[in-house]
Design a binder for this molecule. Structure first.
Ligand code: FES
Length: 164
């Protein structure tokens, strides 16, 4: 039997009650904490933006496509206009380039007659595979992650610099 005058037992009883209260509180808060913190861990699996139907992408000729880019960062999702260059040589595999030159970020264009990408700012030239042919660009064109779902091309706004 616990007596009021027994300080050791009183201390043990207080600690036991505090421990049970703490466990009960943690049990109640864990689901709520998981719900609010989940977007932080989901970040790496999201961020895909739809560019358009793959059937609209010409084979053998790079095309610049404008689209609405969705970016998800934790709880916030933002949308904005963006563009990419898309290349396919077989209609099945797609290479998507960031539209900014790897020198200082100018927008480049495709020169149909010469069959190369030209950057007007400092005359960098890239081939269809994005490799530097001449000029000051320090590396090939940056590529974006791609996937095809239900006949639609999706990209992810993470660049993957090619090896020089
Ligand atoms: S920004 Fe393209 S060559 Fe300088």
């Amino acid at each position: 039997m616990i007596t009021v005058e027994d300080p050791v037992r009183r201390t043990l009883l207080k600690r036991g009650i505090a421990l049970m209260g703490g466990l009960l509180f943690a049990g109640l808060m864990a689901p709520a904490g998981g719900y609010f913190l989940a977007p932080l861990w989901r970040h790496s699996d999201e961020g895909w933006s739809e560019v358009g139907p793959v059937s609209a992408i010409p084979v053998g000729t790079p095309i610049k496509v404008d689209f609405v880019e969705r970016k998800k960062d934790g709880w916030a999702t933002t949308e904005g206009r963006a563009s990419v260059w898309i290349v396919t040589t077989d209609g099945a595999q797609f290479t998507v380039y960031d539209p900014r030159c790897t020198h200082l970020g100018c927008p480049y264009r495709w020169d149909t007659e010469k069959g190369v990408f030209l950057c007007p700012c400092h005359t960098a030239i890239f081939d269809m595979d994005g490799h530097v042919l001449s000029g000051p660009a320090p590396r090939p064109l940056d590529r974006l992650l791609t996937k095809v779902e239900d006949g639609r091309l999706l990209i992810r706004a993470v660049t993957h610099p090619q090896e020089t």
